[in-house]
Design a protein. Structure first.
Length: 327
């Protein structure tokens, strides 16, 4: 199951301890970190309902970090847990709509505060699902009971990165060795319009907590919804070849053999994707229970990233980004 609570404290042992206390008392999977940047990535990848933040941390204050977290999901509830916060910091936390403030000397009350915030998050999700137009993705009957139907809807989708490049998608379109000069047509094939956070479906199902039999149909409908919302010219075919005439050249070896020079240069291309965080709601029409799931979807754009990789005479290498092209 994905984690739904996160604890951020600059003392890692303390963060781990608070997380263990919460999980033991509430049975809610809880993450812990001492790094605000890692916390942001955890919130992006998990359906977090409650964030517990220390206020005074060297990299970033708890109130500043909460503002970033709310940019990912405005419904997330926050608890300030600190032993040092001044009165004006507590006031700022309340102004930023922290759900609660708790001194570390009263840490035994933390699990009950987490449960209250968790329940409020669920109430907010239920209200939002009633008042905001939602995109119905898929329905299926659960078991043999006539009215027991599961409905999957897209509650909202948010771009978290406009230009995302998978490291393993770089391909070399041309290699030029020292002293060579040539003109050729580069070709690159784009094969996937959508990529999910995990390419292997079994792992993706485990990650987002969805039944494997539902995932293929859900993905098709989700792609239609994303394409409708984030409209732009993308590669409409499953495979398309781009051809561009380019000139390649590399100087001759220097006269002085001790001078550093480029032995071989690799020109590389990679498709550019848009990273989109989607909140899916799995609702049972029979009992009214609703479970949110997070899915990260990467949508192919019309952009191609370029770079050159130089292999030098001293057996080192260097990579130089050369820009992004729009096709």
């Amino acid at each position: 199951m994905s984690a739904k609570v996160i604890v951020i404290d600059d003392i890692r042992d303390a963060a781990d301890g608070y997380a263990q206390l919460i999980k033991l008392k509430t049975r809610i999977d809880t993450l812990a970190t001492d790094d605000p940047d890692e916390a942001i990535e955890m919130v992006k990848a998990n359906p977090i309902r409650v964030a517990i933040l220390d206020q005074r941390m060297p990299k970033k204050s708890g109130t500043a970090l909460f503002q970033e977290i709310r940019g990912i999901d405005p419904s997330i509830k926050a608890i300030m847990l600190t032993g040092e916060a001044a009165s004006h910091e507590v006031g700022e936390a309340l102004y930023l709509k922290f759900a609660a403030y708790l001194h570390k000397s009263n840490v035994e009350k933390l699990p009950s505060q987490v449960l209250l915030c968790y329940a409020q998050y669920e109430v907010d999700i239920a209200k939002r699902s009633q008042n905001v137009p939602k995109v119905q993705l898929y329905k299926e009957r659960k078991g043999k009971v006539l009215g027991n139907i599961l409905e999957y809807t897209l509650e909202y989708s948010q771009v978290i990165e406009e230009e995302f490049i998978f490291p393993n998608t770089w391909i070399t379109t041309k290699q030029v060795n020292v002293g060579e000069q040539t003109k050729e047509v580069d070709k690159i094939e784009i094969t996937q319009k959508f990529i999910y956070e995990t390419a292997e479906e079994g792992k993706a199902s485990s990650k987002i907590g969805l039944d494997l039999s539902v995932l293929p149909k859900l993905k098709n409908e989700l792609e239609v919804a994303i394409s409708s919302k984030f409209k732009e010219h993308i590669f409409s075919e499953s495979k398309r070849t781009l051809e561009v005439l380019r000139e390649y050249k590399l100087p001759q070896e220097p006269v002085n053999p001790g001078d550093l020079y480029v032995v071989s240069r690799h020109y590389q291309r990679a498709p550019v994707y848009r990273a989109i965080r989607c909140l899916l709601l799995e609702a049972c029409q029979c009992c009214g229970n609703a479970e949110p799931h997070i899915v990260i979807v990467y949508q192919l754009t019309s952009k191609i990233a370029t770079q050159q990789c130089d292999f030098l005479s001293d057996r080192t290498s260097r990579i130089l980004p050369t820009g992004i092209e729009i096709h």
